[in-house]
Structure formats: C-alpha cells, structure tokens
Design a protein around this ligand. Structure first.
Ligand code: ADP
Ligand code: MG
Length: 255
C-alpha cells in the first residue's frame, strides 16, 4: 500500500483501497472493490456511474454514514473508519454537510429554522454575516419564514444547500441533488453549488447520473461495478456522455 503525505492539507476527503460488502453467503453484494480516490479541497467533484455501481455507497462511506468493510477513509486528517458512534456523530455534525435527493427538511420548521438546525443541535452560534451571505447567494431572503410545504422543490433544495453550507463544513456531500428537480431548478441548485466552490472555497462531492449535472463539476470520477474506471477534468456534457458510452452500463435503465 502506498502512503501519501498531505503536507499542505490539500485533500479534504480520501478513500484508500476501500471495500464494502453487504450481506453474506448467497445474498452477498460487493459494492466497492478497492476504491482509492482523493477529493481536493476547494474543488467540485462529481461521482458518476450506472445505477448500482456503488456511487451512494462510496459517498456514505466517505461521509461516515456507513462503515467500510476494509480500507481507509479520511476527512481532512481525521481517520473516519475506526471511529466509534460518538466520534462518527461528531464528525458528521462538525465536518460534513449533506444534501439529499429528497431534501430531508423538517416539515414543521421554517426555512430559517431548518437551515440553523444543525448548528443548534451542535450548540453552535451561527456566524450572522456568513448566514446572510449564504441566504443571499441561494436567493432565500424572502422565504425564510416559509415552511417546506410552502416552497417549490427547487426552493426546498436551496434551503437544504444553505443548511449544508452554513456550518462551513470541510466537505459537502450531495447525493443526486437535482434528481427530483425540473431542469431549470436543477440548474439553479448546480449554479449555486458551483459558486460556493469558486467564491467561497467550499469542497463538494456530488453523486449524479446526469451528464449535464456532472459538467458543473471541475472533475468527474467514474465508477462501474464498484471500481473507479475513469476520470475527467473540466468536463462538458459531451465528454461525460462519451466516457459513459465507453463504459459498460448494464442496468442504466433500472435506475
Ligand atoms: P448507486 O448509488 O451507484 O446506484 P449503490 O451504492 O446504491 O449504487 O449500490 C451499490 C450496490 O450495493 C448495489 O448492488 C446495491 O444493490 C447494493 N447495496 C447498496 N446498499 C445496500 C444495502 N444496504 N444492503 C445490501 N445491498 C446494498
Ligand atoms: Mg445511489
């Protein structure tokens, strides 16, 4: 195994020779087969691949939402695997932000309360200036008092983006963040994610199976059958599509 030393703290998250096996015996599924990848600080990286290729599993392992079977996960200089429940809870609370396909907002709370909830749970006070910057960037100023049910899908996902960013996490993980949005709302969310990287230096790792969504990232990593099989920098929808066509996509239609 090679050991890399990240002297200047360049890497926000990494996986080294990560294996993930679900179940046992005949029901056994090997979801990740020796994945190694580094996610640089201040970059927007997309993880692509056909349905079932292991994208969500990799993201969950990186984010401390699931444990690896073998291998090493790091967030900054914290080794994630081997942390106990308390350590994992603290890591998820203090170092990572999440954006999910289904928004995952609490229906009884206002947009502002949803955005501030993770900080409230952590017992941290919001940096008001940063809160204002985030709110203005996502264009939610007029909607802060609204409940999720009073917001469109695109607005709800922008609330979720603001919630992920307000604590200034080391990494924001987004799993198919535009999967439930029309293309216009999706583009708004993707533009916002890209701006949070270019203007605020946020690190984002986004899982998607949409070539257009992936083209908002600065780099795309391709998974197939639990392995990293290709990579692109400065992707366009065309180069992403070309790469996908070259890769085996047996059950893409089943997504
Ligand atoms: P993707 O996000 O690329 O669609 P996943 O990471 O969700 O793929 O799944 C990768 C493989 O692992 C699939 O074969 C899936 O069925 C399997 N898998 C994922 N989660 C579980 C689980 N909790 N239990 C059993 N198998 C799982
Ligand atoms: Mg998935």
């Amino acid at each position: 195994m090679t050991v890399t030393v990240d002297r200047d703290n360049r890497v926000a998250a990494s996986a080294r020779d990560v294996w993930k096996v679900f179940g046992s015996g005949e029901a056994q599924v090997v979801a990740l087969r020796g994945v190694s990848a580094e996610f640089e600080r201040g970059r927007f990286t997309a993880i692509m691949g056909p349905s079932g290729s292991g994208k969500s599993t990799l993201m969950h392992c990186l984010a401390g939402l699931d444990v690896v079977t073998r291998g090493t996960i790091k967030i900054g200089d914290t080794q994630v695997n081997g942390l106990g429940d308390a350590g994992l809870t603290k890591l998820r609370r203090d170092k990572v932000g999440f954006i999910f396909q289904q928004f995952n907002l609490l229906p009884t709370l206002s947009a502002e309360e949803n955005i501030l909830l993770p900080l409230a749970i952590a017992g941290r006070k919001p940096d008001r200036e940063w809160f204002d910057t985030v709110i203005d960037t996502v264009g939610l100023r007029e909607r802060l008092g609204h409940r999720p049910s009073q917001l469109s899908g695109g607005q709800q996902q922008r609330v979720a983006c603001a919630r992920a960013l307000v604590s200034r996490p080391d990494v924001v993980f987004a799993d198919e963040p535009t999967g439930n949005l029309d293309s216009r709302s999706g583009a708004e969310v993707l533009n916002f994610l890209r701006r949070s990287v270019s203007e605020f230096g946020q690190t984002i790792v986004m899982v998607t199976h949409d070539p257009v969504a992936a083209s908002y990232a600065g780099r795309v990593v391709f998974l197939a059958d639990g392995e990293i099989v290709s990579e692109l920098v400065e992707p366009t929808p065309e180069t992403v599509l070309d790469t996908m066509k070259k890769l085996d996509a047996p059950d893409e239609a089943a997504h």
